[in-house]
Design a protein around this ligand. Structure first.
Ligand SMILES: Nc1ncnc2c1ncn2[C@@H]1O[C@H](COP(=O)(O)OP(=O)(O)OP(=O)(O)O)[C@@H](O)[C@H]1O
Ligand SMILES: [Mg+2]
Length: 296
């Protein structure tokens, strides 16, 4: 709550961007989980430190000049993600065990498994929100733990299961901190083929974290927010579960048109996404082992 009030105040006063506030909230949530579970002190403390460092980074986010001198990744040119011997557990409960894989540009990776099997956790690790207990993840041969939050934000977009919306216009919720025009958003929406995204809708004010929007509308906002940034890495966590049949079909057809230039992780059991996944499927099972199956 304090974060939203403090952050919201700074956003309103132009001292912090809405994108920064979202990242801040993500790390804050992770941080609180680790504070609550400091009983298993050692590994939890390490994760606590990671999230604390990430928070400090975001709070210092206004030092743009300093940050920009330190860019390690070419925003548009992610060639591969190499995951080496990654293990992760929550409070001693193993979620991912000794997982290694290489993902290349052009891969669309399906992640499957029953509820609670660790799918969202896996993508939190891939996206740098959670630090693995063991192992390394490298993007273009750079350890993601060395990347700044804003560098990751520039190359990676997530459509999460729980969508965070702000009490401002739909357009602002899509553009966040980027200078993107309404025409660009309309053009992207037309390319995808989403219905109902017009100027009037984009100027509508979101109330109470999206209470005045339908589930499908919220997902369309989150999808446009992710895609308008032209990410090199796109993560879709049950991103289309509320979309109508037509929107779903068009969305996955659009992903098919951009697939060669991205690495895409899709958590979804819908047939449109399953037919799209290429080469690799990750299956998480009850024994908390991440199995990789090569798709024929
Ligand atoms: N912050 C947390 N602290 C402790 N345990 C957690 C935390 N987040 C998730 N878990 C546990 O880790 C396991 C994996 O959770 P995760 O959210 O990754 O599952 P999922 O495969 O995405 O499930 P779903 O299909 O329901 O979205 C679950 O047993 C869950 O209870
Ligand atoms: Mg999940």
């Amino acid at each position: 709550m304090v974060i939203w009030i403090y952050g919201g105040f700074k956003v309103i006063n132009g001292l912090m961007t809405a994108g920064t506030l979202i990242a801040l909230w993500g790390y804050y949530q992770q941080l609180m989980i680790h504070i609550e579970s400091l009983k298993s002190f050692n590994s939890e403390y390490q994760r606590f430190k990671v999230n604390m460092n990430r928070l400090n980074e975001i709070v210092d986010f206004e030092k743009i000049d300093e940050l920009q001198q330190d860019i390690k990744l070419n925003q548009i040119n992610v060639e591969n993600i190499v995951v080496s011997n990654v293990s992760f557990s929550y409070n001693g409960k193993c979620i991912i065990s000794d997982f290694s894989e290489v993902f290349q540009k052009g891969d669309i990776v399906g992640i499957y498994g029953e509820n609670g099997s660790g799918k969202s956790t896996l993508i939190n690790i891939f996206s740098g929100f959670c630090k693995p207990d063991e192992g390394i993840i490298k993007i273009n041969n750079i350890d993601i733990s060395e990347l700044k939050v804003h560098e990751l934000k520039d190359i990676l977009s997530i459509v999460p299961q729980d969508i965070q919306l702000f009490s401002t216009t739909v357009l602002d919720n899509i553009c966040l901190d980027s200078k993107i025009s309404i025409d660009e958003v309309l053009s992207l929406s037309n390319k995808i083929g989403f219905k109902g995204i017009n100027e009037q809708f984009l100027n509508r004010v979101v109330l109470n974290k999206g209470a005045n929007l339908s589930g499908g509308q919220k997902q369309k906002i989150a999808i446009l927010r992710a895609l308008i940034r032209n990410p090199s890495i796109l993560i879709l966590d049950e991103a289309t579960s509320s979309l109508d049949f037509d929107s779903k079909e068009k969305f996955y057809a659009y992903i098919n048109t951009i697939r060669d230039s991205i690495i895409c992780f899709i958590i979804s059991h819908e047939k449109e996404s399953i037919s799209l996944t290429k080469k690799i499927e990750l299956k998480l099972n009850k024994e908390r082992l991440c199995k990789v199956k090569m798709k024929k």
